[in-house]
Design a binder for this molecule. Structure first.
Ligand SMILES: *Cc1c(COP(=O)(O)O)cnc(C)c1O
Length: 380
């Protein structure tokens, strides 16, 4: 049986309405399609919501990580401890700065970096810890902060999954020295491409604003034409029309998360009694933004490729989040990582499949995913 294409359910999908389009159109008809007032407004809105002092919007989540590492002082020979269970961008951006990503294994229950493992990886070269709020569920930041303070390390929180999530009643965004969001279409809200860093540190924020625009530093006293490049920067600018989309999307953030939570509840209810499946959990201290819903199959007679293919044959666009970063060819070749280095992340990854989850999903679609999942398990 072939499934008609319009019935395909992807693992993630943006939700753009007419009002979003109108806001973008307004900017496109204005004089400022880039570097206009929409950028400041978007930054302000996100910072306020998260109770952070400063925000810097950039062209992608990866660009945000890159300049966050830069202002954290990451350079040649410096080590940044991070989770192997993340999108490669978290570690790639360390390498862009000349640093070395050192992974610390995950806690198999939370799927987030295990604080005990972080401590084992600290050396004289360690400068920062880059934690990742996997699936949208915040890390145990208090435990991690204790370690960071003891060793004088900066915490960069990759919260690309976790805009709108909470830790002990506080919004993700002011818990770490710097917090990074992505606005890729698969994420909780989108600007097409885009990213942002939140921080309470003015020096960091000012420096990141310079770095996102080639390193340009102006000095009107020397003339309107004058600028200097003191430190090499980048073109990581986001456009005004992207920020207009961001502002419009941002109004719907809470509604989007509420719908994500409803869908997660439907999945949890359907799967919690099934022995063959491990469902993702939300720690007591956390309220997840539920960017993704990764389940683990206790593999029996089926292997993961078979399961994956069966979903796709049924028009369900499941995904894998993620291949552990240390197992990518580049990381093996460049840093000598190998299979077996991070057993918890590897075991999880071998059994994981991300089911579709996005706010526009209908209950009918959720039910279809549940049915196909059960059919696969019970081999129907
Ligand atoms: C999406 C994502 C990124 C990168 O964001 P881009 O905007 O695609 O560059 C980084 N880290 C994590 C955990 C992500 O999910």
């Amino acid at each position: 049986m072939t499934i008609p294409e319009e019935n395909f359910i992807p693992y993630a999908k943006q939700w753009i309405d007419e009002d979003d389009i109108k806001e973008v159109e307004k900017v496109l008809r204005s004089d400022w399609i880039t570097q206009g007032p929409a950028i400041d407004e978007f930054e302000k809105k996100v910072a306020e919501y998260c109770d952070a002092k400063y925000a810097v919007a950039v062209s992608s989540g990866t660009a945000a990580l890159h300049i966050a590492y830069k202002v954290a002082g990451i350079g040649k020979g410096d080590e940044v401890i991070t989770s192997p269970m993340t999108f490669a961008g978290t570690a790639n951006a360390v390498v862009y700065c000349g640093g070395t990503p050192v992974f610390a294994d995950i806690d198999p229950d939370t799927l987030n970096i295990d604080p005990k493992e972080i401590e084992k990886k600290i050396t004289e070269k360690t400068k920062a810890i880059a934690i990742v709020d996997f699936a949208g569920t915040p890390c145990d930041i208090d435990a991690i902060k204790e370690i960071a303070d003891k060793h004088n390390l900066i915490i960069i929180e990759d919260a690309c999954h976790a805009l709108g999530a909470e830790y002990k009643g506080k919004k993700v965004g002011k818990l770490s020295d710097m917090t990074v969001f992505s606005f890729h279409p698969a994420k909780v809200i989108t600007t097409g491409e885009g990213g942002m860093i939140l921080t309470d540190n003015k020096e960091f924020a000012d420096k990141m604003k310079v770095l996102r625009h080639h390193g340009v530093v102006k000095n009107p006293e020397k003339g309107g034409w004058y600028y200097d490049i003191e430190e090499l920067g980048y073109n990581f600018r986001i456009t005004s029309f992207q920020c207009a989309l961001g502002i419009s999307q941002f109004k719907k953030l809470d509604k989007f998360i509420e719908r994500r939570r409803e869908i997660v509840e439907m999945y949890n209810k359907a799967f919690s009694d099934i022995d063959e499946i491990i469902i993702p959990t939300e720690s007591d201290y956390a309220k997840s933004a539920w960017h993704i819903y990764p389940i683990q199959f206790k593999l029996g007679k089926l292997n993961r490729k078979e399961i994956f293919d069966k979903f796709h044959e049924q028009g369900i666009g499941v995904q894998l989040h993620y291949t552990p970063v240390h197992l990518f060819s580049f990381y093996k070749k460049e840093f000598g990582y190998k299979v077996g280095d991070y057993p918890m992340a590897e075991k999880y990854s071998e059994r994981a499949i991300t089911l579709p989850l996005f706010p526009k999903m209908t209950n009918k679609e959720v039910e279809r995913v549940i049915k196909v999942t059960k059919d696969i398990i019970y081999d129907k």
